[in-house]
Design a protein around this ligand. Sequence first.
Ligand SMILES: [Zn+2]
Length: 151
Amino acid sequence: MNAIASFNDCSEFVARLRALESERSDSKVKARRKSLSPQDRHAIFAKTGGKCHICGGQIAENESWQADHVFSHSMGGAHSLDNYLPAHSLCNNYRWFYLSEEFQWILKLGVWLRTEIRKQSRIGRIAAIAFLAHERIRVARTKDAAQRAIT
Ligand SMILES: [Zn+2]
């Protein structure tokens, strides 16, 4: 099964997304993250000239970034320097643990929904309202957590 598979109805699509999620949870290998030295991080950053390997954008000097495992460590990827590339923390936090088919579905859904929002179709307007409400809650939670961490 791959990302161009066709589904007869919505319930088949939902079932596939759930199956992928469950496959991912079952295959997770508990691996400890090895800490990287400043020299290691510098070498990893230099591999792409400081560009995020996920979105392709430049990582600014004061911006948070992570050394991302090319082959996810949760799936058994190695901890050697060869297996790391730099990524924005935001990009990496949204991406790193998905199976490739799941990630392809997420991209396709995101691109489709963005188009619907831009066209201001009925579903696009509903989704934009719901998404913005979701974002407000998410950002407030993040701020609360950051506040708790420093108090
Ligand atoms: Zn990025």
